[in-house]
Design a protein around this ligand. Structure first.
Ligand SMILES: [Zn+2]
Length: 253
């Protein structure tokens, strides 16, 4: 069974580089969404979740967590992320941008080759709130087409840019066959600073079933790269297995 948690949308939106007005709009939409989402979560507590429900974390009896990376692939960051995952025999879920995947196909293939999963984060990282259904459908489908052309097995997970969605966006993306995935542990790695800060934040919050948000695109990610090894090591020391989001969902219940 899945549960929903409130996240810091504004901080995430700033991480993705949108302006203050857009942040305010997204935050307002977010507030409305939370009410609807909470209602949906309660009403479906003993039934099947609506397809348009956003998944924040997974209730599971397994000692599993999912590490996720947004906004890549990136020629500076992604190879180092992959090397660290390999060193710790870990896998992750990459929510890639179609535009980036188009530019760096070898990195996408590297992610797949390591056993990680590659999922859809849209083509252009456009804010999908307040947009016509046709716009949303085209952006998501364009990213899917890029991944299909690269021979990537279809991942049925989608993460909204800026974690921002409205009812139209959720309905459109769900109708395309995607489950909607956010994250429950957000150390705001985009703020930079020290890797230790990110590591400390993660281990103050993480527990089984969590989805951890990191970024391998969108700018220099030195702090994230410094934090990743200690995060993977710390998870292992706590008996937590880093799995893909799809694997985490398959262990729900
Ligand atoms: Zn993003």
């Amino acid at each position: 069974m899945l549960v929903i948690r409130r996240r810091a949308l504004v901080a995430t939106a700033l991480a993705c580089g949108i302006g203050a007005a857009a942040v305010a709009l997204a935050a307002a939409l977010w507030a409305g969404r939370q009410v609807r989402a909470a209602t949906a979560a309660v009403s479906s507590a003993r039934s099947v979740q609506p397809a348009s429900t956003v998944i924040w974390r997974v209730l599971t009896s397994q000692p599993d967590v999912a590490v996720t990376f947004d906004d890549g692939p990136d020629p500076q960051n992604t190879p180092r992320v992959l090397a660290t995952l390999q060193r710790y025999h870990a896998v992750a879920t990459f929510f890639v941008l179609g535009s980036q995947a188009e530019d760096y196909p070898a990195l996408v293939h590297g992610e797949v080759a390591e056993g990680s999963e590659v999922c859809n984060h849209g083509y252009s990282h456009a804010l999908l709130t307040g947009k016509p259904a046709a716009f949303i459908r085209a952006d998501v489908a364009q990213a899917a087409a890029v991944l299909r052309q690269l021979g990537v097995a279809r991942c049925r997970l989608f993460r909204f840019p800026y974690f921002a969605s409205d009812a139209t966006a959720r309905a459109v993306v769900a109708a395309l066959g995607y489950r909607l995935v956010a994250a429950s542990v957000d150390p705001q790695d985009w703020r930079g600073g020290s890797g230790q800060r990110i590591v400390r934040w993660v281990f103050e919050h993480v527990r089984r079933g969590d989805i951890i948000l990191l970024h391998d695109g969108g700018g220099p990610r030195g702090a994230t790269l410094a934090a990743l090894g200690p995060i993977l090591q710390g998870l292992a020391e706590r008996g937590l297995h880093a799995v893909t989001v799809s694997q985490l969902l398959s262990s729900a219940g």
